[in-house]
Design a protein around this ligand. Structure first.
Ligand SMILES: Nc1ncnc2c1ncn2[C@@H]1O[C@H](COP(=O)(O)OP(=O)(O)O)[C@@H](O)[C@H]1O
Ligand SMILES: [Mg+2]
Length: 362
């Protein structure tokens, strides 16, 4: 129930630059995912919002209030860590009640609030147990309950699902997303799992080496990656990338030629660029048997996935992956043509690895 503004946040650990001039606005009631590989600075940014770390430079605002110099306990944030860190000698009730005890909340109010939040997380029948008597999923719910019980303005979560097995992770993921919206709480969610970010977040901030590369809705970052890295990091399998050379109205891709996509004609002309990287998602192309109009290649391998199959195709020795319907059958080495959905093509600058439209704007 608060809007978070990060202005020019830089964090150094000694000589190491962990966060490099982060500017980000997180809207009231928004679910913002911080997505990036391990070591990219996600946790550092989260702990800076929490007040556990002080930024080397920059300011943090909750609504109009500058909280940069305010200690964590006075920021009213709920934190959920990757390893849930429950107090082993306390029952579930006592664990959840702890933040309220610290605040000297009256006994009957503690009782009421703990039961309320426990009910919300479906753990009301576990209140008398100790952490060692709980499954991983239950412990994780207790940790979330403990973060929520003091009715924080902001919920901060650091990879809270990564210690759960796959099925449980999917279940809690859906619940957490619903809970966040029901409570109408502003949430910042750190993850290295692109599927989790796409599934849960209203917007995703993609972080690499302490910098935010792109902020957008799941749809925006998935279909309109600003950088080659973003196209690669999101999606499973990742975006395909092949080198291409501009030849008039065509792109030469190894031994094939396809028209320059209409949304890039003007940009390419203005930039006068010759060498690009062509990017497209594995489900934004279809495979046609034999030699036709498109990228010419050979089937290298094919893997059924149930509803569909993923086909690896060699374009003169460079591999791309394309989804095909389950009923289609392929043979190793057969000649095929890959027809890419033109409006989904992204062209990147070969050196800067940034999408051409951003090069053009700068
Ligand atoms: N307290 C610290 N002291 C020194 N270096 C740190 C400290 N915390 C994090 N780092 C470094 O900062 C970088 C970002 O760390 P972190 O924010 O934990 O990454 P992520 O959460 O994205 O995996 C890493 O290279 C890490 O080694
Ligand atoms: Mg981390």
């Amino acid at each position: 129930m608060v809007e978070i503004t990060l202005k020019g946040i830089t964090k150094r650990f000694g000589n190491f630059l962990a966060l490099d001039n982060i500017n980000l606005k997180i809207n009231d009631r928004e679910f913002m995912a911080l997505l990036g590989p391990s070591g990219s600075g996600k946790s550092t940014l989260l702990y800076t919002i929490a007040g556990i770390y002080r930024p080397t430079r920059g300011r943090i605002y909750f609504d109009d209030r500058d909280v940069t110099d305010i200690p964590p306990k006075d920021r009213n944030v709920g934190l959920v860590f990757q390893n849930w860190a429950l107090y082993p000698h306390m029952t579930v009730f006592e664990n959840i009640a702890f933040p309220l005890e610290l605040r000297k909340v009256p006994r009957d109010e503690i009782e009421r609030k703990v039961r309320e939040v426990a009910k919300m997380l479906h753990i009301e029948n576990l209140l008398h147990r100790y952490p060692w008597q709980l499954s991983g999923g239950q412990q994780q719910r207790v940790a979330i309950a403990r973060a929520l019980v003091k009715e924080p303005d902001v919920l901060l979560l650091d990879e809270p699902l990564s210690n759960l097995d796959t099925l449980l992770r999917l279940e809690v993921r859906a619940e957490l997303k619903r809970l966040q919206k029901e409570l109408g709480i502003t949430a910042v969610y750190v993850t290295h799992d692109q599927a989790e970010a796409l599934a849960m977040a209203d917007r995703i901030a993609v972080i690499k080496e302490g910098k935010i590369l792109q902020v957008g809705t799941p749809n925006e970052v998935y279909y309109k990656p600003k950088y080659k890295f973003v196209g690669w990091f999101l999606g499973n399998p990742p975006m395909n990338f092949v080198e291409a050379e501009v030849e008039g109205d065509y792109l030469r891709v190894y031994s094939s030629r396809i028209p320059v996509p209409s949304h890039y004609r003007e940009i390419i002309e203005k930039l006068g660029i010759k060498e690009v990287i062509l990017g497209f998602r594995p489900h934004d192309a279809q495979i046609v048997k034999g030699v036709g109009d498109g990228l010419l290649g050979e089937v290298y391998s094919f893997e059924p996935l149930g509803r569909e199959q993923i086909v690896t195709i060699s374009l003169d020795g460079v591999f791309i992956k394309v989804f095909a319907p389950e009923e289609e059958s392929f043979t190793f080495g057969e000649k095929v043509t890959v027809e890419i959905r033109e409006d989904r093509i992204i062209l990147f600058d070969k050196e800067k690895e940034v999408a051409l439209e951003y090069l053009y704007k700068d």
